[in-house]
Design a protein around this ligand. Structure first.
Ligand code: NSS
Length: 434
């Protein structure tokens, strides 16, 4: 916009000594003696602005005295380097124009607020330094992912959100009335992606997925962003390589471009630079042995739950893979291991430090009869999957894919203790507002 500069440019140091105009929101204000200290937030950063009584227009100085938190204003002055300013630079204010005097009583005060209060006021809380920083990291995360897909010549493909058959089992489907029919909200793009690889080759998407999760946990949303990949001519090993390369690229980009933001959450950029392929691989069987060795009572064939994943991932400081889960705990499309059909060619990526699963995927069944057998075994209706079964009739290929939970991965990267803070407006079992 003409005449106004971004706060981020000032904080980068390139405008020292210059006369600038900025505009933004009054993030905070304090006055001491004859000086007002204003923190101005403009969407690119927050900068301290000082206004001295003896240098200012008396009316403007009085006006600023009455300024309420979150009022919007335009302001001009000289950029100065000052080690006492929060980010090393400040503006010595010469003129101020108020665009909107906010109402008194901005609900979020400088004191402790409980999580429910902040969730009820999420539309205002996203202005906080914490949420701003997370949302910027999230944006950079997705930018880096797209960059990797572009460098590696993937095509972005969009699958429908309104669907008729479960991908991940019926228990977490959201029902939708679709005129006089029943439909659901998608849990994953996967079944449609398997159709699209015969048209486009290797593909990816970044889209919302929905799960009617009835439990309150720190790692489940009912609406989350799902980064998914599907690749023809790709086996279990191939898909693990893709996952580790993609996550490494994202981690390195964040470490290089957002070190300050990461440190805001106590995440050292070095932790992310340490992420390098190949990630360690352990089998489900080995995971079970580790758990039992540590005195955890666990039956072979059960799914690894939160307690088990937490225990295992506390032992690691980098992401790693768990492969070959039993067929009983994985969805119908997972290919049973030809050498050992009681387990599947499946893989979940685990985030370290107690975070647990961030991706799920593996090699898909490519044989029509094997697929029909698994559909029956899972008590699904083959009629619901007729078009999907067709894909094994007309040009079937070995193929694999995975889905990464964007919020779960960001929660690990930013060391968040609840997944709800990895997204601006979280949807949880008891919350769809605001
Ligand atoms: O159920 S998954 O393990 N796998 C799939 O949906 C496959 N159909 C993906 C694929 O192969 N294309 O979900 C994948 C990931 C999982 O590892 C989590 O990181 C994330 O999706 N996920 C969730 N994140 C947040 N909230 C909830 N409820 C949730 N469920 C899964």
């Amino acid at each position: 916009m003409e005449g106004f500069v971004d706060v981020s440019r000032i904080l980068s140091g390139s405008l020292e000594g210059e006369h600038v105009k900025i505009r933004g929101w009054l993030h905070n204000k304090r006055s001491s003696g004859g000086i007002h200290f204003l923190l101005i937030r403009d969407g690119t950063g927050i900068i301290q602005c000082t206004m001295k009584k003896d240098k200012a227009d008396p009316d403007e100085f009085e006006l600023v005295k009455r300024l309420t938190q979150e009022s919007t204003l335009e302001l001009e002055g000289i950029v100065r380097r000052d080690p006492r300013a929060p980010d090393g630079y400040e503006i010595a204010v010469e003129r101020v124009k108020v665009v909107h005097m906010a109402e008194e009583g901005f609900p979020i005060a400088k004191k402790y607020h409980g999580p429910d209060f902040l969730l009820n006021n999420r539309h205002l809380w996203i202005r906080s330094k914490k949420m701003q920083t997370i949302l910027r990291i999230r944006s950079k995360f997705l930018e880096a992912a797209r960059e990797w897909f572009r460098m590696n010549e993937y095509t972005e493909f969009h699958a429908p959100i309104l669907i008729t058959a479960a991908c991940e089992g019926g228990s977490t489907l959201f029902n939708v009335k679709y005129f006089d029919m029943d439909a659901y909200l998608t849990q994953s793009w996967q079944l449609y992606a398997e159709a699209a690889i015969a048209s486009l080759g290797k593909i990816y998407t970044i889209a919302p997925s929905f799960r009617a999760e009835k439990s309150r946990t720190r790692r489940h949303l009912t609406e989350y962003w799902h980064l998914e990949v599907e690749i023809p001519w790709c086996d279990l090993n191939c898909i693990m390589k893709v996952e580790e390369e993609l996550l490494t690229h994202i981690c390195h980009r964040l470490a290089e471009e957002m070190p300050k933001e990461l440190e805001h959450f106590g995440r050292s950029p070095n932790d992310l630079l340490k992420v390098e392929p190949p990630f360690e691989r352990i089998t489900y069987d080995e995971a079970v042995e580790i758990l039992r060795g540590d005195g955890i009572d666990f039956e072979w064939g059960d799914d690894l739950g939160w307690i088990e994943e937490k225990h295992l991932t506390m032992k690691y400081d980098k992401p790693f893979f768990i492969t070959h889960y039993p067929r009983g705990v994985k969805a119908f499309y997972h290919k049973p291991d030809p050498k050992r059909p009681e387990v599947t060619l499946s893989v979940d990526m685990m985030a370290p430090e107690g975070y647990g699963e961030i991706t799920g995927g593996g090699q898909r069944i490519d044989d029509v009869n094997e697929l029909l057998e698994r559909i029956k075994e899972e008590n699904l209706d083959p009629d619901d999957y007729e078009w999907y079964i067709d894909l094994r009739r007309y040009g079937s290929v070995p193929h694999s894919g995975f889905g990464l939970g964007v919020e779960r991965t960001i929660a690990w990267i930013c060391k968040l203790d609840h997944i709800r803070d990895a997204i601006a407006f979280p949807r949880l079992i008891n919350r769809v507002y605001p």
